[in-house]
Write a protein that binds this ligand. Structure first.
Ligand SMILES: [Zn+2]
Ligand SMILES: [Zn+2]
Length: 223
């Protein structure tokens, strides 16, 4: 009976998508799913929701977007949509400045820097735990594990999150062992990249190590 439920869970579209992505995706598959969710959120926001009262209220009470998601919003490049989203925020900021002026105390402004309730972060939190579930469920599937072995592996942040959520000792050992090998291969690539950039070896062509410096940053950081 337990096997039946395990099989059903692996049949979830999210699990199947993730298994396929492990074969083709450059870099951490969980970062990829999170980034796709954020892009989808911003597309929906800019296409349909900039005038939605609930959305604007949430943005206002959260004191705007965090740095990461404000950058993503700028990358989306929707000038009028973005201007609409920031109109009320600026009005609210000016009201807060009036209060700060009256009180001679800047504490009212600190919430504008905290971004504890960035609407995109809140949206992402909900989806990230689903993606993590898909991954952990996927580890019960041999093809999923083969694709993970062959692919880029997880970034450090997602490696830690996955390890915190894996209860099976054999799966835990598999994840650690496969990532130790992947990170070691990356280290070798970095060493080779540095060696070939030494003027004594500058005539040697760069191979797979050419983007190792970028892969190293993306491996050590949720990206
Ligand atoms: Zn990641
Ligand atoms: Zn955010």
């Amino acid at each position: 009976m337990l096997e039946f439920f395990r099989k059903r869970k692996m049949d979830k579209p999210g699990c199947i998508d993730m298994k396929e992505k492990l074969k083709t995706q450059e870099g951490c598959v969980l970062c990829h799913f999170e980034n796709s969710a954020v892009e989808q959120y911003l597309r929906d926001l800019l296409c349909e929701k900039v005038n939605d009262l609930e959305v604007r209220k949430e943005l206002l009470s959260g004191h705007g977007y965090c740095q990461c998601h404000a950058s993503k919003l700028l990358e989306a490049g929707d000038s009028v949509g973005t201007a609409t989203l920031y109109l009320e925020q600026l009005q609210s900021l000016i009201c807060d400045l009036d209060i700060v002026y009256r009180k001679r105390n800047a504490s009212e402004l600190k919430a504008w820097l905290a971004h504890e309730s960035c609407p995109v972060c809140k949206y992402l939190d909900k989806h990230s735990s689903n993606f993590l579930d898909y991954f952990v469920e996927g580890l019960r599937d041999e093809e999923f594990k083969d694709n993970l072995q062959a692919g880029s592996g997880l970034c450090l942040t997602h490696l830690i999150l996955v390890l915190d959520n894996v209860s099976d000792k054999a799966q835990f050992a598999f994840i650690v062992k496969s990532h130790r090998r992947k990170y070691r291969e990356l280290l070798m690539d970095i060493m080779e990249f540095i060696r070939k950039n030494d003027c004594r070896f500058k005539d040697e062509n760069l191979g797979r190590e050419k983007d190792s410096w970028q892969r190293a940053v993306k491996t050590m950081t949720r990206f």
